[in-house]
Write a protein that binds this ligand. Sequence first.
Ligand SMILES: [Zn+2]
Ligand SMILES: [Zn+2]
Length: 270
Amino acid sequence: MNFPSALIDALRQFVSHTPLALWAIAIAVFTAAELVTRQRVPWQRRVVNLVNGSVVLLVIFVAGPLVAGTLHWLQGSLGYRPSFLLDRYVPFAPLAALIFLLAYDLGYYGFHRLQHAAPLLWRVHAVHHSETDLNATSYVRQHFLENVLQSFAVMVPLLMVVPVTPRTLAWVALISAMAQFFAHAALPIHFGPLSALFISPRLHRIHHSADRAESDSNYASMFPLWDVVFRTYRPPSPRPERTGLHSNERLLGIWPLLSSPFRRRRTTMA
Ligand SMILES: [Zn+2]
Ligand SMILES: [Zn+2]
């Protein structure tokens, strides 16, 4: 298989591997952990998040070919032939996936900071920050455009620079899904002195603080190392007491979640 078609195939595999089964398993595992440890999360909140998550999944399935097509078009118009395939140097797929994710997280870090700084991007990202009771379903409490924007802004450019095989991309989907659902779970877990190495619920909770000074930190989705490097790292602590939007706005119900970025009134950033 030549490189361009391997890349397209890899992206398709990523899209088809990411959603349904992985998300369902991760939500089941971390919800069970929350119930066993008696964390209080309103069931209504979980249900609304899951309904919203099914819309997110639907959009990923529709937008997937569009993202793959863009990659194909980019390669064609640039006459691009990648000469570097990560798997050739790191044959162990899970390790190659971790290296790929480290690079992905650097790109995600930059895009995520932009989402907090640019009002138009914040309108979309604010939907994820509207969660006031973080739990195992909060990762899928995101606007349906969020994943599409991330794919175009981070995944497509990264696959142009660091191509990987479909097998590695399947591991990427598995590891990142588990990490994201874990990070949002209502569990009092952190990694103590090793907290800067990998995301934990206590660490990501700070990013969801209703206090702007706290939420403008811990941007990395998996490796807080990037926050340490760019000086936005806040170590885990029992704070914050309150999570949600700085404006105190609460998006209750499915329609407010879907329509929030398009509504006339401004979703304030502070
Ligand atoms: Zn954010
Ligand atoms: Zn989050």
